[in-house]
Design a protein around this ligand. Sequence first.
Ligand code: ZN
Length: 166
Amino acid sequence: MEELTKQCPFCGQVINAAAIKCKYCGKWLEDPQPVHQEGWSQTQNQTPPPPPPPQPNYNQQYTQQPNYNPQYTQQQIVYAQQPRKTNGLGIAGFIMALISLFVGWIPIIGWVLWFLGLLFSFIGVFKVPRGLAIAGLVISLLGLFAIIAVTGGMWDAIQRGIANLE
Ligand SMILES: [Zn+2]
């Protein structure tokens, strides 16, 4: 049978493990836990981890602007959280794609701008942060439909003009 004893930290005498006061020196023992229960008491004393700090809401400043698709807004959050990294090609592609939306109807110049926007955005997608590059890619694809529509309309007009001449 195991003897439940411990050594008094003050006088060194062997006393009962359950004692909260030494019978030899008369001092109060603040920690009455026996040695063989140390592992149990350590796990019980573990404090829970502190709750994570609240995340700042990056979405708020963008939701007020119209005509953003959800993917673009989501990528903007990533971009805002990494302000030190820049994606030059992605930004260039995004700006060119944006400009080409307005000048895309101009033959040659608009098409070149649109193509450069698409090219830079496509390359920029493989760099970090890719938010603006993806946005430029989306705008470029949207611009393609606009260019096709405008160019198709112009082509129809030219054909009608030729038909009128004959
Ligand atoms: Zn003692």
